[in-house]
Design a protein around this ligand. Structure first.
Ligand code: NAI
Ligand code: 15L
Length: 273
């Protein structure tokens, strides 16, 4: 399907601004949404400032939309009410609006925190068990499953980008494994908007040799990362968490936060084994 109108939610946020700049001028109409200020509309842009919990407004916002890049929502751990409102109800409103509008595809900003309770010693791919490390991570696992419902039951193409750490550069030792450059992020979005698929999970990670993720599913769809965190190793390798849970599990300090479980039972290789 030719994309005439692209909707970017969370357009006022960090990744939303990257996507706005990247796709500016590439489609006839780009609708930008956030509850935060997004500045003035540029050529071809439409601005809809609203909260994702406003069901009727979100439904109207999807009118005429062919493809969605859904970045809006709570981006890290928070209390249940915040997570439920922004990430569960907000996502449901977007997918329901897309169904009514006949939208062709939705790209969802999932997170590595959907699988953050896995041991770093384990290399996992897109088929692994979800192991959320936080209420936030659970909301991302929910978002992926929401995609399963709308993809297999209603035929909307759903691509879930399990993003690692997407920032201008890595910022600590863990992010040398999880970093996604803005350039590689945009390449994944391009693939999500053009490839032929029904439902996919791909990792949003650059070409990092110490990654814990087998991203062959993204590669199958054409992903060729251009950047590597290795270029920053000398700058950040010494920056560790000094926390056994945060250092052992993939979610880092998200996994360690409020942790009351048995770390040894989660490790592939036991300390004394
Ligand atoms: P951000 O916080 O800069 O952007 C999120 C935007 O969503 C904000 O502008 C905020 O105003 C908006 N928002 C939050 N709740 C809302 C609501 N209820 N209604 C309307 N707008 C609302 O975060 P960032 O880094 O740009 O992340 C974008 C998406 O990517 C998020 O969904 C985040 O969970 C996901 N992600 C980001 C990663 C990263 O490394 N930056 C890693 C993994 C996932
Ligand atoms: C995320 O899901 C967050 O949105 C982002 O702010 C980072 O914390 C990232 O994960 C990460 O794991 O580094």
């Amino acid at each position: 399907m030719t994309i005439n109108r692209l909707l970017i939610t969370g357009a006022g946020g960090n990744l939303g601004q990257v996507a706005r700049q990247h796709f500016g001028g590439k489609y006839p109409h780009i609708r930008l949404s956030d509850r935060a200020d997004m500045g003035a509309a540029g050529p071809g842009e439409e601005i809809v400032q609203c909260d994702l919990t406003e069901r009727d407004t979100v439904s109207q916002m999807l009118d005429g939309v062919d493809a969605v890049i859904h970045l809006g929502g709570q981006p890290d751990e928070a209390d249940w009410d915040t997570v439920i409102n922004s990430n569960l109800i907000g996502a449901i409103n977007v997918y329901e609006g897309a169904l009514k509008a006949g939208t062709d595809r939705i790209l969802f900003a999932s997170s590595n925190h959907a699988i953050g309770m896995h041991d770093r010693a384990r290399t996992i791919d897109h088929t692994c068990e979800a192991r959320p490390d936080t209420r936030y991570g659970l909301s991302k696992a929910f978002g992926e499953d929401l995609g399963r419902l709308y993809a297999y039951k209603h035929g909307i193409r759903c691509m879930n980008l399990r993003i690692g750490s997407c920032f201008p550069k890595p910022f600590d030792a863990r992010s040398l494994s999880t970093w996604l450059s803005f350039r590689d992020f945009c390449q994944l979005l391009e693939i999500g908007l053009t490839a032929d698929y029904q439902f996919e999970i791909v990792y949003g990670v650059s070409d990092n040799p110490t990654s814990w993720w087998d991203n062959s599913n993204a590669e199958r769809l054409g992903y060729k990362p251009q950047d590597t965190a290795e270029d920053y190793r000398a700058e950040f390798a010494h920056m560790t968490f000094y926390d056994p849970v945060g250092e052992s599990l993939q979610g880092g300090m998200f996994s360690a936060k409020e942790f009351t479980g048995d770390l040894n039972s989660l490790l592939v290789k036991k300390p004394d084994g």
